[in-house]
Design a protein around this ligand. Structure first.
Ligand code: ZN
Ligand code: ZN
Length: 359
């Protein structure tokens, strides 16, 4: 796994014309080295792979990243940096301009001799991460299964009067109890008009019958995330809810049935958008259809009106159309899917029946 990933990065480095790649972004660092700690910098050249980290992580980095030679950071990192680059014979050093802060860059620029170029790059390792290996897909499947199970348990307990935050905690407990490492993000759980806000956090509001309730959650397994949204309603739904739910579901089913490898992110988005538009709710679907999921909850590719990303076999992403009506509420249904050569496999299995009877 790690040697292949490094080989792919080295290939990319040759295309970019850099001799050294400096990795500071945590998920990228983990992907390329195996090191899960929260501080450390990777230096990769065509021949060498170093990890610079401090006292807290010496042992851990050696256990988790055996292919990397440890460089101990004892004083200030910027004082060590020129020595590392000298030793590696670096002339053109790529850094992650979409992660390194301006302040850190300025400090490093001052510390490194002028003749060494520091070159800003964007999304290089993130693109390497977009196509998943079999082990990564297994970890995502497990995270998805833990989330599906927790959601199906939760829907059995949901009744009017229960507090949103209490339910969010139950959901978290179910996932953690079954072995999840942690949640992949804070539970989004909103009932009634608040459900029109696509990312409303669980609150002290009690659940009420007859209102849409949007629940968006996920957990992590071996560092990999899941992401699931279901919309439910307690008791007899009004006709409008069933109409809107039906449209969102149809939009999702159309996208899941027709997304193919080679398609662009904006073409995938369109599959769902056309259904919502034709039903007269075009303005009420204000976000992209989906996003890649892996070590991070939002990864490449992006499925949105502006995305020219090409969808490739082995990518895992969400398909999550929604309709949001201010003052009324929202409906979103989100599955994770795995793209194969013949289309997508839907990984999420949580129930989609929206109506929960009131006892
Ligand atoms: Zn989600
Ligand atoms: Zn999502």
């Amino acid at each position: 796994m790690i040697p292949e990933r490094l080989a792919r990065l080295r290939q990319k480095m040759q295309e970019l014309g850099v001799d050294t790649f400096m990795v500071t972004q945590p998920e990228n660092r983990r992907y390329l080295s195996g090191f899960t700690g929260s501080a450390g910098v990777l230096f990769i050249t065509q021949e060498a792979a170093l990890i610079a980290t401090d006292f807290r992580y010496y042992e851990q980095s050696q256990q988790e990243a055996p292919l990397f030679e440890l460089v101990k950071i004892e004083g200030k990192f910027e004082e060590l940096l020129p020595h590392i680059l000298e030793r590696l014979g670096s002339h053109k050093v790529a850094f992650e301009g979409d992660h390194l802060t301006y302040d850190a860059y300025s400090t490093y620029r001052q510390a490194v001799p002028e003749q060494i170029a520091l070159i800003s790059t964007k999304d290089v390792v993130r693109w390497l991460r977009a196509v998943k290996e079999p082990e990564e897909i297994e970890a995502i499947r497990k995270a998805v299964a833990l989330t599906d199970r927790a959601f199906d348990i939760l829907r059995e307990m949901m009744q009017p009067g229960m507090i949103e935050r209490e339910l969010a905690w139950k959901l978290e407990q179910e996932m953690r109890q079954a072995g999840a490492e942690k949640l992949s993000f804070d539970v989004i759980l909103a009932g009634g008009p608040a459900s029109a806000m696509a990312h409303a956090k669980a609150n002290e509001r009690p659940l009420a019958a007859g209102q849409p309730i949007v629940i968006d959650t996920g957990c992590m397994w071996k560092g990999y995330c899941s992401d699931l949204t279901r919309t439910v309603i307690l008791g007899e739904p009004e006709a409008r809810f069933m109409e809107i739910y039906g449209i969102v579901r149809q939009a999702q089913e159309r996208a899941e049935a027709h997304i193919k490898a080679g398609m662009k992110g904006n073409e995938a988005h369109k599959l769902a958008e056309e259904v919502i538009e034709q039903a007269g709710y075009g303005d009420a679907f204000g976000h992209g259809l989906g996003h890649g999921v892996g070590l991070a909850i939002h990864e490449l590719p992006v499925l949105s009106p502006l995305s020219d990303h090409t969808l490739q076999p082995g990518m895992v992403f969400s398909v999550e159309p929604g309709i949001y009506l201010p003052g009324w509420g929202g409906v979103r249904i989100e599955d994770l899917v795995l793209l194969g050569v013949d289309g997508v496999e839907v990984l999420s299995r949580a129930k989609k029946e929206p109506v929960i009877p009131v006892r």
